[in-house]
Design a protein around this ligand. Structure first.
Ligand code: C2E
Ligand code: CA
Ligand code: CA
Length: 705
């Protein structure tokens, strides 16, 4: 709080004065004479002194004189309190002593109060100003300090672009001491390579010429005129008296930011595992390519590629192996395609390839063949040899879709269709594929539900040993019973294979077959009756196929000696040595193995020797042609001979007529399966059929009597 000193020898006067100033927020000190006043002035800082002139001891004039001579106190305003009979002499004398004002006795409290208020205001202003000056000085020091401590480079230069100031950071960033930098032209650091003309026209120079400010996010400055480094900067013009006197440049090294941006870009646009483009870059690139193709009226092809059997590798050898496989696959793709084609991994084992500037479907088909051929060689994964296939779907822009998402969907659909039609091939998109794929997806969903509701059941079709004249076994054929409808396996098995539901289907069938076998054992004791179950090649190729199957038999009390599995030739196509091992395990556990649809596969008959087998099933297409096609008849003959030479039994399936039966009997065929004897039928009906004595009609068929 501001302090006021009242000096008067009379207490009464001092009291009057104090009371008169009661409303002003100040501290009032009192002194009885000049000595006391000087004492107090030493100890306190007063904004003004009310000084009585006539006092015993030291009078007011003497006191004022002493104060005016002391530098410390000479600035304190003194207001003399005079008697009403003041003369001009007094006034003159007191002015000489630095007095600022007078007030006469008797004191008018209002005048006194207003005068003191004026002095108080004055005092406040002065001290404010003082602190402003202090602050400014401090600020300047602080700024200089700060300029040296902040990480931003700060450079000041005059209107000829000659550098007059550079802070520490600027020196560090430009790797030169201040005395080397000062005096140089700013151009040496901003754009040393540019020609004078070009420099004069540059935005950088223009900004200063126009007295503007500007911020630039991303450019380069130069060290020693030779090494550039990335910076962001803010430039501002410096004015004095309304004219431009120079400029200021604040800049930062953004190398780290750029590095980070690069890394982020990589993460954002590329697949970490394979280094191929990721989904987001695929879309970006596709959109751009479509724009370009539109403008240039060119074709554009999108290839969707999905690996066949990738899941098996992943499941059996582990995730690391799966990752390694994906890396190998992407390397093969890279080496097959041109660098202008964008190869991206969309996720999992799905890849997309964008092919630009290719004229024809034939050229793209050629590319697909090339890709497929790279899959013929095995992939080496941790010492294992893995064979993979891939299915490719192709969509063309603009025929198969006019925007990125349409054409992508078309390529996906074509891929799905390629997969459904036997894998390891490619398919161009066709409009009707959409419908087919949609209905297949619907079917898959419904199948999933059906499996939980026991709607998948086996029908049984008997197999007749025509030499012994008795039922020797049956084939379990899956049916989907949905209400009154029975959906045929030709419809849902391919979908089950495609969606991975096939193993659930097999398990359903096997459980039911196991139960039925036990019933047959009870019903026909001493008869060794086998039920054949179809196993998809997809499952046969699964690693641990035999172990899983045996475990399942164990868990469900299925007697392996009552089971035959039917596999197709295609199961043996890939990695046959591994499959052979699996089959050996099954066979050593008393499970019979039969080759289904024999003669329709691509393989030579020679390989049969090396495979552990019990039965060969002649495909129905040959049986159908008995009596119509001589060459098919010859094939049947050859198959039966070959099988017998290998000590294998032969089953002819699809036998519908007496003529067919006679022909097969003559050729010494062992077992007959077909509508001639029975249609596939539900369990109860089938068991009833078995319970009947092998009836006379049958015997007549066989013996031809
Ligand atoms: P497949 O293994 O070749 O089965 C023989 C097919 O021929 C069966 O068709 C059967 O009903 C039919 N068939 C039997 N006798 C005759 C005949 O005298 N004349 C004619 N024209 N056909 C006859 P289905 O039941 O429709 O099965 C079709 C295919 O579905 C089977 O061919 C098999 O590959 C597959 N399949 C059936 N059940 C299963 C299963 O549980 N698992 C697997 N993975 N596939 C199965
Ligand atoms: Ca079969
Ligand atoms: Ca068959």
């Amino acid at each position: 709080m501001h302090k006021l000193l009242v000096v008067d020898d009379q207490l009464e006067n001092r009291t009057i004065i104090s009371e008169a100033l009661g409303d002003i927020p100040i501290e009032i000190h009192q002194a009885e004479d000049g000595y006391q006043a000087l004492d107090l002035v030493e100890k306190h800082h007063y904004f003004a002194i009310l000084l009585d002139i006539f006092m015993p001891g030291m009078n007011g004039f003497d006191c004022a004189e002493k104060l005016s001579k002391d530098k410390r106190f000479s600035q304190i305003p003194i207001i003399f309190v005079t008697a009403s009979d003041k003369s001009d002499d007094y006034i003159l004398k007191s002015y000489g002593l630095g007095a600022v004002d007078f007030i006469s006795k008797p004191i008018d409290p209002y005048i006194l109060e207003s005068k003191i208020r004026v002095f108080l205001n004055l005092q406040t202003k002065v001290s404010d100003e003082k602190s402003v000056i202090c602050d400014l000085r401090e600020e300047k020091n602080k700024q200089e300090l700060m300029l040296n401590y902040i990480a931003d480079g700060v450079i000041g230069f005059d209107k000829n672009n000659i550098i007059t100031y550079a802070n520490l950071a600027a020196c560090t960033l430009l790797t030169a001491p201040a005395d080397e930098i000062l005096g140089n032209n700013i151009k040496d650091y901003v754009s040393p390579q540019s020609e004078a003309e070009e420099w004069a026209q540059s935005d950088f120079v223009q900004t200063y010429r126009d007295g503007q400010c500007n911020h630039c996010d991303d450019t380069y400055f130069w060290r020693q005129k030779t090494h550039k480094f990335p910076v962001q900067y803010t430039q501002s013009s410096i004015y004095s008296d309304n004219s431009i006197v120079g400029g200021m440049l604040v800049f930062q090294d953004i190398s780290e930011r750029k590095e980070m941006e690069k890394r982020l870009l990589k993460i954002a646009k590329y697949d970490e595992l394979t280094g191929l483009a990721n989904r987001s870059l695929y879309w970006e690139f596709l959109q751009k390519s479509i724009e370009l193709a539109k403008r240039a009226e060119e074709n554009l092809y999108i290839l969707f590629l999905d690996l066949d059997r990738f899941k098996d590798v992943n499941d059996s050898l582990g995730h690391d192996a799966g990752d390694l496989l994906l890396i190998h696959v992407s390397e093969r793709l890279r080496s097959t395609l041109r660098s202008a084609d964008l190869i991206s991994r969309l996720g999992g084992d799905e890849f997309a390839i964008i092919i630009q500037k290719t004229e024809s479907d034939q050229a793209v088909a050629q590319i697909c063949k090339k890709i497929l051929s790279t899959f013929e060689k095995s992939f080496e994964i941790y010492g294992h040899e893995a064979y993979l296939g891939c299915s490719i779907g192709i969509a063309r822009f603009p025929t198969d879709g006019e925007d990125a998402s349409c054409i992508t969907k078309s390529a996906d659909t074509a891929m799905y269709s390629a997969k459904a039609s036997g894998k390891n091939n490619f398919k161009f998109f066709q409009m009707e594929m959409h419908k087919k794929v949609e209905s297949q997806l619907r079917l898959a969903t419904e199948l999933r539900v059906a499996l939980t509701k026991d709607e998948i059941v086996p029908f049984f079709q008997t197999q007749v040993d025509i030499k012994e004249g008795r039922y020797i076994g049956a084939e379990a054929l899956a049916r989907w019973i949905s209400g009154d409808e029975s959906i045929s396996p030709g419809v849902f098995i391919p979908v089950a294979e495609e969606t991975g539901l096939i193993s659930s289907v097999t398990q359903e069938i096997l459980q039911a077959v196991g139960r039925t076998s036990r019933e047959i054992d009870r019903m026909l004791p001493g008869v060794h009756f086998r039920v054949a179950v179809n196993i998809s090649s997809k499952q046969v190729q699964e690693s641990n196929f035999s172990r899983n199957l045996l475990n399942f038999f164990d868990q469900n009390s299925i007697n392996p000696s009552r089971i035959e599995i039917e596999i197709t030739e295609s199961s043996l196509m890939n990695n046959s040595s591994k499959v052979v091992k699996e089959l050996l395990t099954l066979r050593s556990n008393d499970i019979h193995i039969s080759i289904d649809d024999f003669g329709t596969g691509y393989s030579s008959l020679a390989y049969l020797k090396s495979i552990p087998l019990d039965t060969i099933k002649i495909d129905q297409s040959f049986v159908k042609d008995i009596g119509k096609n001589k060459s098919d008849e010859k094939i049947i003959h050859a198959i039966i001979q070959l099988a017998h030479s290998l000590e294998l039994k032969v089953v002819a399936e699809g036998v519908e007529s007496q003529e067919q039966l006679n022909f097969l009997t003559d050729l010494d065929c062992d077992i007959i399966q077909g509508f001639l004897f029975s249609h596939p039928s539900p369990k109860d009906e089938f068991l009833r059929e078995l319970a009947l004595p092998f009836n006379q009609t049958m015997r007549r068929h066989i013996i031809g009597a």
